[in-house]
Write a new protein. Structure first.
Length: 336
């Protein structure tokens, strides 16, 4: 029997290799496609991220700028708040001082009645010195009618006149009239002096010295007063202080007349205490300088609602100074 020859089977024949080759080719093609697209995607992502970073940096700068502005505004507001607190503290202190000083007037209806009431009704008998100064021809009714009973027992007189704008513009004719009236009730004195509320002298050649009392000098004082306009802070304190410090003397009887309309700043009690130290009493307990005060109702005549605080302060200060220094306080009813 003849043996049939058999053909061997090869698993790695051509068809199998074709299939494998196609598979590998497809994989390589996919890899090529992916590698070609990857740089474009990365580049796009880089561009997008760069734009985002720029945008965020711009927003950061804007936020920082707004923060600087807000911090500056906050600092400004804090400074304003601090100033307002300090102002409030000062006002509270002044209010406390005013209330303390006005305890003496608690039985009065209001502060305006203090200004309007003429406190010169208390008349004093003539002393020996007054009779000598006024002379034998003196008419007592003339004194009472002219100055309302203000004592005139001094040989030297000083005027302290508020030369502020409110006085100059609204009360100056009356100031001239009242100064003339005061001079008229002193027929003859040993010396006269005129200063403003800042302590400035009317006549520089007589600074720190007494002006001789002559008819010509009296006329010169009235003439000069009509256009006298030295700087003023509308407070009589400096003038009173300067006058007493310079002219106080144990061997002289001095009357000081204060003309004004308001007291805008400072402590009332501090002024009273300072004057008390300067104007010391003699062995009889009497002050060497009489302080007479005259209140011109300028702030009331200007109108407006409420009671002018500065006018109230002036009235309280002048009334107390006159009371504690042997003088009289006269509150005028009108500037006309």
């Amino acid at each position: 029997m003849s043996r049939r020859s058999r053909r061997g089977i090869d698993i790695f024949n051509l068809s199998f290799l074709d299939v494998v080759s196609c598979g590998f080719g497809a994989i390589i093609l996919l890899l090529v496609i992916v590698k070609v697209a990857e740089p474009h995607v990365i580049e796009q992502l880089a561009v997008d991220l760069s734009g985002l970073v720029v945008h965020l940096e711009a927003e950061l700068h804007e936020i920082r700028g707004e923060t600087v502005v807000l911090n500056r505004d906050l600092t400004s507001r804090e400074e304003q708040l601090s100033e307002q607190r300090q102002k409030l503290a000062r006002l509270q202190g002044e209010l406390s001082a005013i209330r303390g000083q006005y305890a003496m007037t608690r039985n009065e209806h209001d502060a305006q009645s203090i200004i309007e009431r003429q406190l010169a009704t208390a008349k004093q008998d003539l002393s020996e010195e007054m009779r000598r100064l006024l002379g034998s021809g003196y008419q007592r009714t003339r004194l009472v009618a002219t100055i309302g009973g203000v004592p005139v027992d001094s040989e030297y007189i000083i005027f302290i006149i508020d030369t502020s704008g409110s006085m100059r513009q609204n009360a100056w004719p009356l100031v001239l009239k009242k100064l003339t009236q005061v001079l008229d009730i002193y027929p003859q004195v040993k010396g006269i002096q005129v200063m403003n509320d800042m302590g400035d002298y009317m006549f520089s050649q007589y600074q720190g010295k007494w002006i001789p009392d002559t008819p010509a000098r009296r006329k010169a004082i009235i003439t000069r007063l009509s256009d006298w306009e030295p700087f003023s802070n509308s407070s009589p304190v400096e003038g009173i202080d300067a006058a007493i410090r310079r002219f106080y003397a144990q061997d002289k009887r001095i009357s000081l007349y204060v003309f004004g309309d308001d007291f805008a700043r400072g402590s009332i009690q501090a002024v009273i205490d300072t004057v008390a130290q300067l104007n010391r009493a003699d062995e009889t307990g009497r002050q060497r300088v009489r302080i007479h005060t005259v209140g011109f109702p300028v702030l009331f005549d200007l109108g407006g609602s409420g009671i002018p605080v500065n006018a109230m302060r002036y009235a309280a200060l002048m009334r107390k100074l006159a009371e504690t220094n042997g003088g009289s306080f006269v509150g005028l009813n009108s500037t006309r």
